[in-house]
Design a protein around this ligand. Sequence first.
Ligand SMILES: CC(C)(COP(=O)(O)OP(=O)(O)OC[C@H]1O[C@@H](n2cnc3c(N)ncnc32)[C@H](O)[C@@H]1OP(=O)(O)O)[C@@H](O)C(=O)NCCC(=O)NCCS
Length: 196
Amino acid sequence: MKDVIASDADLVVRRLRDQPEEYSRIVTWRNSPYVREWWDPDDPPLTLEAAIEELGPGEDGDGQATFCIIELAGDPVGFIQFYPWDTEAAYLAEIGLRLPKGSWGLDIFIGDSGLAGRRIGSRAVRLLSDHLFAEESATAVALITEATNARSHAAYRRAGMRASGEPFLDTDLRDGQRVESILMIRDRPGGTVDAR
Ligand SMILES: CC(C)(COP(=O)(O)OP(=O)(O)OC[C@H]1O[C@@H](n2cnc3c(N)ncnc32)[C@H](O)[C@@H]1OP(=O)(O)O)[C@@H](O)C(=O)NCCC(=O)NCCS
């Protein structure tokens, strides 16, 4: 299995390694206010055990997502995961979304607020999307983000995505309420597919 998924100059997306320091880094990042503001805000702080259960190899998890670290000039700076949407039919039905068959999804955070706004996020999304189009024959790359997460919208637009359809309620919770969210999508280059 290749360690590096995709790279572009100083930016590398590589697989998360099954090593203690990798899980510790994720715990630090996920518990930072910068990431927690938008990533599972209602959940208790992530423990090392929970991180290993969520991201490590083994029986837990559905095994469909690939977990990756984003590196900039050799330094780990963030997390990105990707998965085929075709395996998420029940969830998509629950939130009332239809996606083109063969779509792939991704989720991302930059771990250090000091690195915000340096185009790392948009570059990583574009790089990984290009990889999914080229290597997985993705028909589209689509992700769900909170309707109020304007910074993420700007980053995803810079990565070639557009908002699609009306806002909807995700199953994710904020203050106990389902989160109003939007779908952002990048069509396969050379072909436009209706998302909803
Ligand atoms: C969302 C995230 C991955 C984007 O990565 P990034 O490296 O900061 O993004 P980029 O620098 O590529 O792009 C940021 C864009 O947001 C804009 N921006 C910054 N702060 C903003 C704000 N408060 N409101 C609106 N736009 C904002 C920047 O101007 C830039 O847009 P531009 O390229 O058109 O100028 C990163 O901010 C992050 O990890 N946030 C916390 C966790 C999170 O929200 N994850 C996404 C969950 S869906």
